[in-house]
Write a protein that binds this ligand. Structure first.
Ligand SMILES: Cc1ncc(COP(=O)(O)O)c(C=O)c1O
Length: 457
């Protein structure tokens, strides 16, 4: 490959009359220096065996195959998804009278934003949160998760991860030197004839507890859950809290879909008795206001934990974009005042998601792709076995059946989803082989089109 590239450039070199003797020498030098660098500069051990994530593969596949309907990535595809006050706030932040909003702001979070977050969450979890010491603003929820893991996980520390899981948890723990211990949610329906819901995916608390050792330091929880849509019940969270208290575990609670609850209530584990002191809770402006491209998130928790998360952030990102923080701050102020009223964006978002979810569930049932009806978030899992058994997709690339099927579906039926085995550890990927993850936070027209593509299967 290298040789071919070099001989190609030599070829151009000799045909190019503008190259003189000096160019010849410098070009030869450049090529040799490049060759030497390629053979002697090695990546760090921590990164050399890392693989590209499912997102890179499927976003590239979508660019190449141009599916008619893409229900792969979690994002809305219509203009009105973003409230107009949120967009206006960003324009105002960038072009308004306070021109200093285009410059750096406080590293741990823009003052107006940490104050707005403190107001909101103090109300939601019924305790006063210190905006300076108990909140950190980050580049997306992603960075909050990264900093929280790195602030507490030492080599060989064990981290409990509930499967399926948002795929970045595993490499983040591994890169910090820790070891992931996976405990799967298991589908256990109380009645075979009833429709499957995300509440039927249950965590066996004794299985979880028996996975704990003297090295276990952290539990990563995600509610509402991606990809199943499970909203952990108060009882389940109380059981988890009891285990975490007994074994002195930190809880990293990823609650990015906190405002996207369709059935039931979102309980913040940090609000349960004795849990504040051991919980780091993560939120996302991207999910909160349907602006995933803004990539702003936050983490809140007790000062004795947050100070280390803040220090880790200080040494990798330092500070997040000021105008985005200003706009999110103002939007949160507005929505905190509207909380629980009929004008609340969050209440209306949950209502519109219910309609979209029900539409998608109908389309899937018509073609016998049994869906797990999600209680929250904006994804659902559908069982593909009734259809995948009819086609041959063995030529597709992929370790697992769902991966090959989802690639085939994108290419041949122009409908894209995500293979849920990406959300499982290597040893449990088989649990996802008969499923596809679909995002239903889309325009109703898009969902209808998905229904049409599905009906052709
Ligand atoms: C469960 C979960 N956590 C975290 C994130 C990352 O959020 P952000 O875009 O704010 O980094 C996502 C994004 O899809 C997610 O689904």
């Amino acid at each position: 490959m290298t040789l071919r590239a070099n001989s190609q450039s030599n070829f151009n070199f000799y045909r190019n009359p503008t190259l003189n003797h000096r160019n010849i020498t410098s070009s030869w030098l450049v090529q040799n220096i490049t060759l030497r660098a390629m053979s002697t500069i090695l990546p760090a051990d921590r990164v050399k065996n890392e693989k590209e994530s499912v997102w890179n593969e499927f976003i590239q596949l979508a660019l190449e195959e141009k599916p008619e309907v893409n229900l792969g990535q979690g994002l809305p595809d219509y203009r009105d998804a973003v409230p107009s006050h949120v967009k206006d706030n960003l324009i105002k932040a960038v072009s308004g009278p306070n021109y200093m909003l285009n410059q750096y702001t406080r590293g741990f979070g823009h003052p107006r934003l940490v104050n707005a977050l403190s107001q909101l969450y103090s109300k939601l979890i019924q305790r006063t949160i210190d905006p300076r010491k108990e909140i950190l603003v980050t580049i997306g929820a992603y960075e909050s998760i990264y900093c929280s893991i790195n602030a507490f996980i030492n080599k060989d520390d064990e981290v409990l991860i509930i499967e399926p899981f948002f795929d970045c948890y595993e490499p983040m723990v591994r890169l910090a030197g820790g070891k992931c211990i996976f405990v799967p949610l298991r589908l256990r329906k109380s009645s075979e004839s009833a429709p499957t819901t995300s509440a039927d995916w249950r965590l066996d608390m004794s299985e979880l507890e028996s996975s704990i050792t003297s090295r276990t330091k952290m539990l990563i929880l995600n509610t509402p859950h991606n990809p199943i849509g499970k909203v952990f019940s108060r009882q389940e969270l109380q059981d988890l809290a009891q285990i975490c208290n007994k074994h002195n575990l930190i809880v990293l609670s990823d609650e990015v879909y906190e405002h996207l609850v369709i059935d039931g209530e979102h309980v913040r584990i940090a609000s349960l008795p004795t849990m504040w002191d051991r919980t780091l809770t993560v939120g996302s402006a991207g999910k909160t206001f349907s602006v995933t491209g803004w990539k702003l998130g936050w983490c809140y928790g007790p000062e004795h934990l947050m100070k280390y998360v803040q220090l880790f952030h200080q040494n990798c990102i330092y500070t997040c974009p000021t105008p985005i923080q200003e706009a999110v701050a103002e939007s949160i102020e507005t929505e905190t005042a509207l909380l629980g009223t009929e004008n609340s964006y969050w209440s209306n978002l949950a209502l519109s998601l219910r309609k979209k979810r029900d539409l998608m569930v109908d389309y899937l049932r018509k073609v016998k792709l049994d869906p797990t009806i999600p209680e929250g978030g904006y994804f659902l899992l559908a069982n593909t076995s009734a259809i995948s058994s009819k086609y041959d997709f063995s030529q597709e690339h992929g370790l697992t059946k769902d991966h090959r099927f989802v690639r085939w579906l994108t290419k041949n039926k122009k409908l894209q989803g995500i293979p849920p085995s990406a959300f499982y550890s290597l040893e449990h990927k088989n649990l996802a082989e008969d499923y596809i993850r679909l995002c239903y936070f889309k325009d109703e027209e898009t969902l209808k089109q998905a229904g049409t593509l599905l009906s052709r299967l």
